[in-house]
Design a protein around this ligand. Structure first.
Ligand code: PEP
Ligand code: MG
Length: 574
């Protein structure tokens, strides 16, 4: 048995046979000179093919694919296939250099790929992959090459590839594709976004999966923790088979919980929400008992759609999600850009030495007031369509919160001056993701309507562990007493002022830790929709009083290990 580790990119568990997808090697690109007379004919071939592909995408868009993310990606591909500059450069090569159409398309695309790949930030490199994808599709059509197509997969498999193109991911049938494992990619790649929207477990960035796995190998893919087992031994296989079975059974059984609230045996009620950006998926989540969106990562809008920075586009997206929430609260987090989420057209400066400690999140928004105010106006205008809450990310101290609030007031005045309506009752809260914020939570709460603890970053900044570096991931321990004390301090500060304390980092969906989080006294947990049923079940079976005792003991522990064994003992005895 071998074990591979990658980036957890889409939650879920899958066991199945691998289907290794090696890139269809493009046949050698024909390269020859054309005559003046042939220029028009070559150009016509290119135009016909672009028109054909455009027609197919438009048809797909009309068929209204499952999620907004998929529509956005199809829309972006439509723009790329019809990019005027790309077309002009291809035509130039036909006219000036008398190249045949295939070599012209190849050379123009490679030039662009080289430029994008040379840039250091990840999003530009993702765009380079998109350009390669589009060039490949054009060339395959020009050369009449039959592409391997995921819609032709008709038995359950786990796809293993060096990289997967967005076009391939969009063609996947979730009835047959049980999981995805890739060497390359990241959690913010288009492919990861699509996998999440299709609820297909995915582990990306494994570096060597396509070299270590053969078609037919039995795999276990744990998308939530980023682990892949190749040809698992009997013990591991039966452990995961059991887990899978339990998950399925629980999902079925837990349906009975759909109409119930998350209330402990002794009557303490918790609010359970989901972290989500898709209106389509939200409908399903609400049916499963989600009480709203606790974290809408607005930067995903900017990452998937090139032109979404306009007020109008944002207004539409926020209105859509608010309408889909049908009166349940939606917490829109203002742009959390930078760090590992570089938005190409907003970030010209990508040479920061420590991007995670640099110009990101609220710091970026406050220094780019036009962009920030545009977003705030869009949220305000959309607020008439539902129950919105505004949340500022990565607040590190009072000055940032005050500045953000001033800009929010300014955005309100601008809307009023234009007679644009907005709700008068919009709670405004902050994320607690930096230790400094937790330490002065008693001050920050005076100007916040709520707190939401972002444990992904809180762990990163408290324990000094880069959250995307697998070499130090063992140190990212949510049970670390330092984290528990910061959480407790945050909750106490909120409660002292009678305000709610939520958690929306991954820790909130970690079923092992729920009794502890309940005992620490959080009011609301917002998580990946997958965890919803299980978290509710645990809460409904717990006694609040016992959880409080457990939390008190955990706060007295001196190490994460000690807390972990306390939780284990608690699980065995309860
Ligand atoms: C967090 O940091 O816990 C969080 C929810 O925000 P993100 O994961 O988007 O940084
Ligand atoms: Mg964060």
């Amino acid at each position: 048995m071998k074990e591979l580790r990658g980036i957890p990119s889409s939650n879920g568990l899958a066991i199945g046979k691998a289907l290794l997808h090696l890139d269809d090697a493009l046949m050698e690109i024909p390269r020859y000179s054309i005559t003046q007379k042939q220029i028009n004919k070559e150009w016509q071939r290119f135009s016909d093919i672009v028109a054909g592909i455009t027609g197919k995408i438009e048809k797909k868009l009309k068929e209204n694919p499952a999620s907004k993310e998929q529509r956005d990606i199809l829309g972006a591909r439509l723009l790329m296939f019809n990019d005027i500059e790309f077309h002009e450069n291809v035509k130039k090569r036909l006219e000036d250099q008398r190249q045949n159409i295939e070599s012209a398309v190849w050379d123009v695309s490679q030039e662009l790929v080289r430029k994008l790949s040379a840039l250091t930030n990840e999003s530009f490199r993702e765009r380079a992959a998109d350009v390669s994808d589009i060039a490949r599709e054009l060339l395959n059509t020009l050369l009449s090459i039959q592409q391997f197509s995921f819609d032709s997969v008709n038995e359950p498999v786990i796809i293993v590839a060096h990289d997967l193109l967005p076009s391939q991911a969009l063609a996947m049938d979730k009835n047959f594709i049980k999981a995805i494992v890739t060497d390359a990619g990241s959690g913010i790649s288009h492919t990861a976004i699509i996998a999440r929207s299709l609820w297909i477990p995915a582990v990306m960035g494994t570096s060597s999966a396509s070299k270590q796995i053969k078609t037919g190998d039995i795999l276990i893919v744990d998308g939530g923790s980023g682990i892949v087992f190749i040809d698992p031994d009997k013990e591991t296989l039966s452990h995961y088979q059991k887990m899978l079975k339990e998950n399925k059974a629980r999902l079925k059984a837990d349906k009975s919980l759909d109409g119930h609230s998350a209330t402990t045996t002794d009557g303490r009620r918790f609010t359970l929400k989901v972290n989500m950006e898709s209106a389509q998926e939200l409908k399903k989540a609400i049916a499963q008992g989600a009480e709203g969106i606790g974290l809408y990562r607005s930067e995903f809008l900017f990452l998937t759609e090139g032109k979404t920075e306009t007020e109008e586009n944002q207004y539409k997206a926020y209105s859509e999600i608010l309408k889909a929430a049908k009166g349940l609260p939606v917490t829109i987090r203002t742009l959390d850009s930078g760090g590992d989420k570089i938005i190409p057209y907003l970030f010209q400066n990508d040479d920061e030495k420590n991007p995670l400690l640099g110009w990101r999140s609220i710091r970026f928004s406050l220094s780019m007031p036009d962009i920030f105010m545009t977003q705030l106006r869009a949220i305000l205008r959309a607020s008439v369509h539902g129950k919105v809450q505004i949340m500022f990310p990565l607040i590190s101290g009072m000055e940032e919160l005050e500045q953000a609030l001033i800009l929010l007031e300014q955005a309100k005045s601008e809307c009023s001056a234009k007679n644009q309506k907005y709700s008068n009752n919009i709670p405004v809260g902050i994320m607690i993701e930096v230790p400094s914020a937790a330490l002065v939570a008693d001050k920050l709460i005076k100007k916040s309507d709520f707190f939401s603890i972002g444990t992904n970053d809180l762990i990163q900044y408290t324990l000094g562990v880069d959250r995307s570096n697998e070499k130090v991931s063992y140190l990212a321990q949510p049970e670390h007493p330092a984290i528990l004390h910061l959480i407790k301090k945050t909750i106490d500060a909120a409660h002292k002022k009678g305000k709610p304390a939520a958690m929306c980092g991954e820790m909130a969906g970690n079923t092992e830790l729920i009794p502890l989080l309940v005992g620490l006294g959080l009011d609301e947990l917002s998580m990946n929709v997958y965890a919803l049923h299980e978290v509710k079940r645990i809460i409904c079976e717990s006694s609040f009083k016992e959880c409080q005792e457990l939390a008190q003991k955990a706060l007295r522990c001196s190490s994460a290990k000690e807390v972990a064994s306390l939780l284990k003992r608690n699980k065995l005895t309860s």
